[in-house]
Ligand binder design. Structure first.
Ligand SMILES: Nc1ncnc2c1ncn2[C@@H]1O[C@H](COP(=O)(O)OP(=O)(O)OP(=O)(O)O)[C@@H](O)[C@H]1O
Ligand SMILES: [Mg+2]
Length: 325
């Protein structure tokens, strides 16, 4: 468009200039013509812009429709999720073929209990959560709940049961309120949101912000600190009131003061739910009903804190390193 406009301008200047020098056209008229030309150019340039924006929107919508329409996102199944233990049976998984991330992982998480995963970084802890969420399917083995393979359950019903505080706790661009209430079918009342924020120890920092709950968090929540994002993610999980709770390093970005508060909130949140928790700081999980030690994709020890201290040398080393022996 710009090229066309510029060429027209050059032609007008050239031709008009010639006419002016011949005395056919006055210099004033030529200047007037050029000004009028600009008046016409502007709307044309804007039209071109609208067209560009429109094309972008079409592209983005197509992509969203494509994702929503994917077979895996619409997976049908029995509607009711049975109560019962989550069970992994010799589950193996690899992101890329040939590089096993999980191998022969078997364990059981009874309803209402806390199962903690510990172990060196890169051991496959977050991967286990991704498998429970059905972001990926195991390459071998089976994950079931109450004896029913989780793949038999409609995906949306299954995910509704799960509250997930992820390791990165990314937020969506929008207000704090949007981010806490996001994903619920009915918009919760302001009172409920405030209660959840308070229980997650987030109310104080939210109220200190100029716009409170209406504060815009920026793309991926970049205007908030890691700890603040984490507390918002916890508030969201509290509000969802899920039966299964997945917490991936949910207290890793907090100072020890806030950590105690959030720990309390989590304790309240975990009551009566099946909780799976990943923690690098063992102090947060010593009271768990069972600890699972995961090394390079294999389970090398299952037991309570005391049992693992006795039987698992690397766990003992971990605990000693954190002053817990
Ligand atoms: N999306 C992915 N694509 C390919 N490989 C991946 C992907 N996510 C993780 N991995 C690999 O899988 C292995 C296990 O990763 P995972 O995130 O489960 O570790 P983790 O135990 O949660 O570690 P950390 O304690 O550091 O969070 C790592 O070796 C990692 O490189
Ligand atoms: Mg992880």
């Amino acid at each position: 468009m710009t090229l066309v406009m510029m060429s027209i301008l050059v032609v007008i200047l050239g031709y008009g200039g010639a006419q002016v020098s011949k005395g056919v056209l006055s210099a004033g008229t030529l200047v007037a013509i050029i000004f009028l030309m600009f008046q016409i150019i502007m709307p044309f340039a804007q039209m071109a812009q609208v067209f560009t924006i429109f094309q972008k929107a079409v592209g983005a919508t197509e992509r969203i429709q494509q994702i929503l329409g994917m077979d895996s996102e619409r997976a049908e199944g029995v509607a009711t999720v049975p109560d019962g233990s989550i069970k992994f049976e010799s589950v193996g998984f690899s992101y890329e073929s040939g590089k096993e991330v999980l191998e022969g992982v078997s364990f059981q998480a009874k309803p209402g209990t806390v199962t903690a995963f510990v172990g060196p970084s890169g051991g496959g802890k977050t991967t286990i959560f991704s498998l429970i969420e059905r972001f990926y399917l195991p390459t071998v083995g089976e994950i079931s709940i109450g004896g029913l393979p989780i793949t038999d359950i409609a995906l949306s019903d299954w995910r509704k049961r799960i509250g997930y505080v992820s390791q990165e706790s990314p937020l969506l661009s929008g207000t704090i309120l949007d981010n806490i209430a996001y994903g619920l079918e009915v918009r919760p009342s302001m009172e409920e949101v405030r209660k959840a924020a308070e229980a997650a120890n987030a109310l104080q920092f939210i109220e200190e912000m100029a716009d409170g709950f209406e504060t815009l968090v920026g793309e991926r929540g970049m205007k908030l600190s890691g700890g603040q994002r984490q507390r918002i993610a916890i508030a969201r999980a509290l509000l969802h009131n899920p039966e299964i709770l997945l917490l991936d390093e949910a207290t890793s970005n907090l100072d020890s003061g806030s950590e105690t508060h959030v720990q309390e909130a989590l304790q309240r949140l975990m009551e009566g739910r099946t909780t799976l928790i990943i923690a690098h700081r063992l102090s947060t999980v010593v009271d768990a009903d069972q600890l699972i030690f995961l090394e390079a994709g294999r389970i090398t020890g299952i037991g309570t804190h005391e049992e693992l201290l006795e039987s698992h040398p690397l766990y003992r080393e971990f605990a000693e390193g954190q002053g817990l022996s």
